[in-house]
Design a protein around this ligand. Sequence first.
Ligand code: SF4
Ligand code: SF4
Length: 442
Amino acid sequence: MNRPDSNSLARTLLEKLDYDQLTNCMRCGFCLPACPTFKETGLEPESPRGRIALMKAVADGLMEPDDMFRDQMNHCLGCRACEPVCPADVKYGQLIEQARDAIEDHPVHSPPVKGIRKLLFKGIFPHRNRLKSLGRTINFYQTSGLRRLARGTGIMRLIPKPLRDMERILPDATAQGVIEQLGCVHPAKGTPIARVALFRGCIMDVIFAGTNVNTVKLLAEAGFEVVIPPEQTCCGALHAHSGELELARNLARINVKVFKELNVDFVVSNAGGCGALLVEYDHLLHEDEVWKERAAWFASRVVDISKLLVEHGRIPAFADSAATVAEPMIVTYQDSCHLRNVMRSGSVPRQLISQVANVTLQEMKEADRCCGSAGIYNLTQPEMAGKILEHKMANVNGTGARYLLTSNPGCLLQMKLGVELHGRGEPMEVKHVVDFLYERLS
Ligand code: SF4
Ligand code: SF4
């Protein structure tokens, strides 16, 4: 093995990658059919097995971590569809985060990209006050006539297409998050089953505050007392997936401290992307002697709302009044990759949807395949994300559904964009499962 130069990316990769995980891969290829980037391209380096081989070749000093290496690490969606199908239980998600963390120690970003990363990861996501200001600003843009003006004058054509697409489908933003609307404590209806804490998210509470509100009300309806600690912060998932593991660890320590002090029975997430990192805080902080035990306590209590309702709640009756026994409402469900592949809770939202009277859940082909959202992947890798979305929408359209449901805000936005760009021309609403259920409480 050639020892890489001590200042090189190869050396950092060698230090950060879990070498045992690299050697656990037995190159069987079972993961290949599950991988969206391999399915799109048919190329080995675009597969989990290929990416692991590239990481190992660099760690072994057999190849330089050149531009192609960096590109392959960035092309991965981080959807982790390769993990449940792996007979060797390779922790691919950890490997790709470690590889990206090493790459970010040797960044090659242009000054504007560097500035945007710093602004988002350090300047906005961790700060509730700044998120509220962002909500206020976007709301002003959306409601004051500025949006109409910007669209009417064609000035939007000056901004990159992925951002333009996002602007088209962004829901109404607000500075009034779930705490501003409901307060910090919400009693259970009837005898309380358990005391739970809501993880409200960062951007989630600005552009999907209504879903957070409905989450609390649904939990209360199902018998849970809900507390929402105002000191909580961003989960750090976008940081971890973008190679900023140390920033993610700092955020994790804040959340662990805040929620541990509440000593609740469960910490509830309604966003698959956030929940998947929260549930792995034990691994994120496993080398931190001061925090690892508290992080394990926290991770063991994290649960997605659908799972909590199905396994512990008094599930209320749901009915779609617009549908009838003769003409049931057709609904389809797009998996949140992280809810399915990391939290292993893909079946519970389906169980809840199936309980709504006069609703038929029509599975789409490849519902478990990523929609191309993947955090900010649709902004950083728009070409691949666009191809994946087009294939996804062909499957969605094949169901004839009136509603397209999902369990993660990123997937929801991506699917809204999909309906705009590739919808079948008939009305189709895209909703979070929680909103769909709450609106059908009998
Ligand atoms: S399924 Fe697992 S062991 Fe097999 S090639 Fe993929 S990552 Fe390696
Ligand atoms: S995380 Fe998703 S895109 Fe990345 S290698 Fe695994 S299956 Fe492929």
